[in-house]
Write a protein that binds this ligand. Structure first.
Ligand code: 3PG
Length: 209
């Protein structure tokens, strides 16, 4: 039976977005995120080792791990085979959405306009990523997009940092906030897991009820 996104996220309001270049960093990264209180994470399909990293992080057990930057149905298949419990895409692609349905995995496609949002609604979705939210006007744009669609939940992502986080989390329409600021490739290159843990814990605190 397929789960829906709200069930998978289970109240998590912070979605660390990860670009893992070295799969050896995946296990300590999962530890740092989980010990910082994160309950989910998105591993982007931007590196050749993303699948391996996703596998390791999914096996960690402490996080609901999804795949991000999924732009083809074939990537969605590989992501789910690697253990992804949800699929995130930067844009709206009917074939990716249809494949995720077939696989029984929740999909969060990216939208940046009302037209794209209406396409998602027509396809039966009720949760979308707004991407790249800070570049397209940030909170003001999110509010304007949300107003005509009161039942839609949003996952704003793109350019958000700790400073913008409280504003997004305060929006009723926001299910969760995504971003890479808690665990950047630079943190991973330095092996700075204490800082990943600290930034994650700070974000999770802001998102706590
Ligand atoms: C994504 O794929 O969701 C974004 O790259 C995350 O955006 P950020 O790196 O600006 O947080």
């Amino acid at each position: 039976m397929s789960e829906d996104l709200v069930t998978v996220l289970d109240g998590a309001r912070i979605m660390p977005v990860l670009t893992v270049r070295d799969p050896a960093t995946a296990a300590p990264l999962a530890d740092a995120l989980a010990s910082g209180g994160a309950r989910c994470a998105e591993v982007t399909f931007r590196t050749s080792d993303a699948e391996q990293a996703l596998k390791v992080m999914a096996a960690h057990g402490g996080l609901a791990v999804g795949a991000g930057t999924v732009v083809t149905p074939e990537q969605a298949e590989r992501a789910v085979a690697a253990g992804a419990r949800f699929v995130v895409s930067p844009g709206y692609d009917e074939e990716v959405v249809a494949k995720c349905r077939e696989l029984g995995v929740p999909v969060v496609p990216g939208i940046a306009t009302a037209t794209e949002l209406m396409r998602a609604l027509r396809d039966g979705l009720d949760t979308v990523k707004v991407f790249p939210v800070e570049s397209i006007g940030g909170l003001r744009t999110l509010r304007a997009l949300a107003a005509p669609f009161p039942r839609v939940r949003f996952v704003p992502t793109g350019g958000i940092g700790a400073d913008q986080l409280p504003g997004y989390l305060a929006e009723r329409a926001v299910l969760a906030v995504g971003g890479s600021w808690m665990a950047t490739p630079a943190h991973l290159d330095r092996g700075d897991y204490p800082e990943i843990r600290r930034l994650t814990a700070e974000a999770v605190r802001v998102g706590a009820p």
